[in-house]
Design a protein around this ligand. Sequence first.
Ligand SMILES: NC(=O)c1ccc[n+]([C@@H]2O[C@H](COP(=O)([O-])OP(=O)(O)OC[C@H]3O[C@@H](n4cnc5c(N)ncnc54)[C@H](O)[C@@H]3O)[C@@H](O)[C@H]2O)c1
Length: 250
Amino acid sequence: MRFKDKCVFITGANAGIGEQATLKFAKEGAILALSDLSEQLNDNLQKELKQLNTRFSYKKCDVAQSESVYRVFAEFVNEFGKIDIGVNNAGILGPRIKTDAYPESSFDQVIDVNVKGVFYCMKGELNHFMQNGGGVIVNTASVAGYVGMGKHIAYGASKHAVLGMTKSASVEYGTKNIRINAVCPGFTETAMLESVDDDMAFKEMLKISTPMKRFGKPEEIADAILYLASDESSFMTGQGIILDGGLSVQ
Ligand SMILES: NC(=O)c1ccc[n+]([C@@H]2O[C@H](COP(=O)([O-])OP(=O)(O)OC[C@H]3O[C@@H](n4cnc5c(N)ncnc54)[C@H](O)[C@@H]3O)[C@@H](O)[C@H]2O)c1
């Protein structure tokens, strides 16, 4: 029970990596402050959390809207008394289009969610952690924060930015009992990967280009999120952990 009585705020908790992290934190005794775009948490997740006797609350939050993030975060602090860990995981991919034709509106949308969303969450968390004696932040970046990813100019820019924010803020709060790290997944089996393309041949190509010849599972990324959130990573800050089946070392 690594997270007994620790309160964990998670964005994008309703699906994919966020959903698996939610379940794993629940199994390790955490209290959960969950948020996503939808009105309600999905039925399966609600059922599983109830079966685990998890103390949790769900609130709709659009991370691209600063007022939505600050309001929801304050409501959770009010409800649970404190937040110990922030998992800033919500993100979107944007369309798959080469840079010369990439729409400005899509660029703005990806940056609003993936960059500004993480910034607003970090700002809320850091202000709270400073008053509360410390805390831990885990951002979800991507292997696309390290390497180029064709036809995804905004996504690549946004995930490089998430790593940049992770590093910059970690320098500022190193002496304040606040650690900030990131997970950097490669191709992972979630709705986001499903949305890449309907073309099975393209998906097969992505798989074959990964040395382990398979996609990651959201549970595998969630394991790294819990490691970074736990005391097991107590001397780590400002880092990104790459979990990509070897994709980026070729
Ligand atoms: N799946 C992959 O291959 C992959 C690879 C690298 C990084 N990632 C990153 O992992 C994170 C989670 O993605 P996933 O793969 O689980 O995808 P997903 O689509 O299954 O889940 C993303 C969740 O974020 C939520 N979300 C989207 N926009 C939001 C907003 N404005 N405000 C609040 N919530 C919002 C969605 O509703 C959804 O529940 C993202 O940051 C993504 O960029 C995914």
